[in-house]
Design a protein around this ligand. Structure first.
Ligand SMILES: Nc1ncnc2c1ncn2[C@@H]1O[C@H](COP(=O)(O)OP(=O)(O)OP(=O)(O)O)[C@@H](O)[C@H]1O
Ligand SMILES: [Mg+2]
Length: 235
């Protein structure tokens, strides 16, 4: 449903993506593994249209995304949950969540329904809805970031390092929710350095190095791959 073909990206004269080809099928949970600077975030940013790909094609259900405005891409159902959460810390949890519904702002009933679903996924956010987002714990802030993305009604959800800076128990909770979102029908692309936790919930995974896909496979075979273990699992 979401297909990258030979996608390139440049920051000035620096080439960050060298012809990336990958895909996520309808309903899949696909993990992108890679060290710092490998190009994971650049892949998601490029899919979201900011910055626009400098080469290649990104198709969603056979529609070309390269060249669409970022807001049109969200409207198609490609929703990005950025690395580092990017919340507005002074604003309430509720206001942060509603920002994700901006492209659907005319559909109040639909947004209320989505908000109820987000509160079902994250009951703690319902309790804290009037609290400033910046006063929440790291794990709760990550829940707000995922909830805000859900308010955009993703068909394909691009999650960039949701486990960053979280304690192992919280990582486990966040990954359980990601799995629930996926099982309810949303296709998920998950960029992670936490290879072990990510591979446990993935259907398929890619390994990225220096802006190139260097490996693709099912989670079990990647988990057993010596090079993957050495680089990302530490065993
Ligand atoms: N705005 C930018 N301007 C210039 N170079 C950039 C910019 N953003 C990223 N890069 C470079 O592009 C490469 C890929 O970066 P990217 O952020 O996509 O990696 P990543 O895999 O997400 O890393 P991390 O795990 O640290 O988040 C890196 O070499 C990085 O320094
Ligand atoms: Mg990144």
């Amino acid at each position: 449903m979401l297909t990258f073909e030979n996608v390139s990206q440049h920051y000035g004269s620096f080439r960050a993506l060298h012809g990336v080809t990958l895909n996520a099928k309808e309903g899949e949970l696909v993990v992108l593994l890679g060290a710092n600077g490998a190009g994971k975030s650049t892949i998601f940013l490029t899919a979201s249209g900011l910055p626009k790909a400098t080469g290649g094609s990104i198709r969603f259900r056979n529609q070309e995304l390269v060249g669409m405005k970022p807001s049109q891409i969200v409207q198609q159902g490609i929703v990005h949950c950025p690395e580092g959460r990017k919340l507005f810390p002074q604003m309430s949890v509720l206001k942060n969540l509603m920002l994700g519904a901006y492209v659907h702002r005319r559909d109040r009933a639909g947004n209320q329904k989505m908000l109820d679903e987000v509160f079902k996924l994250f009951p703690i956010l319902a309790e804290r809805r009037e609290q400033a987002a910046g006063s929440l714990s790291g794990g709760q802030q990550q829940m707000v970031a995922i909830g805000r993305a859900m308010m955009g009604r993703p068909k394909a959800l691009l999650l960039d390092e949701p486990s960053l800076g979280l304690a192992p128990l919280v990582v486990k909770q966040v990954f359980e929710v990601i799995q629930r979102i996926n099982r309810a029908g949303t296709t998920v692309l998950l960029a992670e350095q936490n290879a072990y936790a990510a591979l446990k919930i993935a259907h398929r995974a890619y390994v990225i190095e220096g802006g190139r896909i260097v490996l693709e496979g099912d989670p079990a075979s990647l988990m057993n791959d010596q090079a993957v273990r050495k680089a990302y699992i530490g065993a």
